[in-house]
Design a protein around this ligand. Structure first.
Ligand code: GDP
Length: 193
């Protein structure tokens, strides 16, 4: 794929705004601040294509990024932001559920967690939800540069156990700072388009 050929197709709030294309889609989800925008920007070799941590007051939308007319990356607004109201959280839930459970173009979901921490309850719920709907997951453990390499295996084992990780899913240890896992991430993604 030519990562220089990028466009934002649409920011969609609901089904009727999803693009009418046959392009395969890969969604990306994770709690706010996990490093999702940094992951997308690193993949695409851009500084600020995916914009960082959504302002919690702002409308939460699904951003469809067209990558070289081959795939849409669908950037899902981050979850678990403490200051979001119950109404906002419910709106988020409905929008995500509608997308994940009905979108035929959807091929896989990148689920991001922080390699340093035990997955949150929201992280576990998300993974369980994705597996319930038989969606292939690419688990990306972010911020690997923040811990010594010697601890990566132990953290990976802890995350796998905590999520009851499906061994057929990919697990990628990643850092936007030093680009650890960049090639592995692309290989995992390209299986789906
Ligand atoms: P988002 O809310 O999930 O989109 O997260 P961002 O990509 O905005 O990242 C949140 C914060 O974590 C920012 O301060 C980033 O600079 C930092 N960050 C993201 N990825 C990494 C990483 O791989 N390593 C380190 N050290 N910091 C990171």
């Amino acid at each position: 794929v030519n990562i220089n050929n990028l466009t934002l197709t649409i920011s969609a709030a609901s089904k009727k705004q999803y693009p009418e294309t046959a392009l395969p889609e890969i969604a990306l989800a994770g709690r706010s601040n996990v490093g999702k925008s940094s992951f997308i920007n690193t993949l695409l070799n851009r500084k600020n294509f995916a914009r960082t941590s959504a302002n919690p007051g702002k409308t939460q939308l699904l951003n469809f990024y067209n990558i070289d007319e081959k795939v849409h990356f669908v950037d899902v607004p981050g979850y678990g932001y403490a200051r979001v109201s119950k109404t906002e959280r419910e709106k988020w839930g409905k929008m995500i559920e509608e997308y994940l459970t009905t979108r035929e173009n959807l091929r896989a979901v990148v689920s991001l967690v922080d390699i340093r921490h035990e997955p949150s309850e929201d992280d576990k719920l998300m993974y369980e939800f994705l597996k319930y709907y038989h969606l292939p997951v690419i688990l990306v453990a972010t911020k690997a540069d923040k811990i010594p390499k010697g601890r990566w295996n132990k953290q990976e084992a802890m995350i796998r156990k905590s999520l009851k990780f499906d061994s057929t899913d990919d697990f990628i240890i990643f850092s936007s700072f030093d680009k650890t896992g960049l090639n592995e991430a692309w290989q995992a993604l390209e299986k789906f388009f």
